[in-house]
Design a protein around this ligand. Structure first.
Ligand code: ZN
Length: 255
């Protein structure tokens, strides 16, 4: 409340830049835009985030956080799905991830600690650029994931095959037909010519994520080296410059 009052007071003093300041305060809260857009904040402590369990969305166990507006709409979506298919499972497997979360995922695959399709990529693909491109089939580089924004979720099982039969197929068909009514879109559809492979499990709350996408692109243009200098994560000096290709290689329905 005090922050809003202070902001309004400052805006009253100087009309210049107030729209941008208001916009930024609502979007990013107390976190700088650069830190927010690259996941360098704690969603559990951010005023615009809520726990999915607290709003009644089923999760896979640990606490999951989303932007309040996205969480509220996801609950409505879940209720509608549950009404249509009372016995079909629906849970959030992954939600907001920080830069450090994403770095752990990326570096695990990079160093061979996490096997990729049974392979230790550090041994199977010595070429650093080729190894990064292999990881990029399904994983984002730290600082470039839509999961940083608090708008995106992964549902049920992170495997396209799950959604091709049985209960997975029921959920997939329902989401494709109905998710848009609640503001959700599927960024990684089949048949795109650039970006990550198809992910039938990944859904995004477009009213907010389309705004964060534009802001992320502006941030990248300002300082590409912040994403591509050596030492940020495994292969950053080779692959960091590819970030805009992957961030923007999404379905038109999510732009
Ligand atoms: Zn995802």
């Amino acid at each position: 409340m005090l922050r809003i009052f202070t902001l309004s007071f400052l805006c009253a003093l100087s009309l210049l830049g107030c729209a941008a300041a208001d916009d930024g305060a609502q979007l990013f809260g107390p976190v700088s835009p650069a830190d927010y857009l690259t996941g360098r904040f704690n969603p559990a402590r951010h005023e615009s985030f809520v726990s999915l369990s607290d709003v009644g969305v089923p999760t896979g166990g640990r606490r999951h956080y989303l932007r309040r507006a996205a969480a509220v709409e996801l609950k409505k979506l879940y209720d509608a799905f549950h009404k249509d298919h009372p016995k079909a499972p629906f849970w959030v497997q992954s939600s907001t991830r920080t830069y450090d979360d994403q770095k752990r995922i990326w570096d695990g695959k990079w160093n061979g600690v996490t096997k990729v399709m049974g392979a230790d990529l550090s041994k199977a693909i010595p070429d650093r650029l080729k190894r990064a491109v292999e990881i990029l089939k399904y994983s984002s580089m730290p600082g470039t994931s839509r999961h940083h924004w608090g708008t995106d979720v992964d549902l049920n099982v992170l495997n396209n095959a799950y959604f091709k039969s049985g209960e997975g197929r029921v959920l997939c068909a329902w989401m494709k037909a109905n998710a848009g009514r609640f503001g959700f879109c599927q960024p990684y559809t089949a048949g795109r010519t650039a970006g990550y492979n198809e992910e039938k499990w990944h859904w995004s709350y477009r009213p907010l994520s389309s705004v964060f996408l534009a802001r992320w692109n502006a941030l990248y243009r300002e300082n590409p080296a912040a994403f591509s200098r050596a030492g940020l994560f495994g292969g950053s000096e080779m692959a960091g410059s590819l970030a805009p290709v992957y961030v923007n290689g999404i379905d038109a329905g999510c732009r």
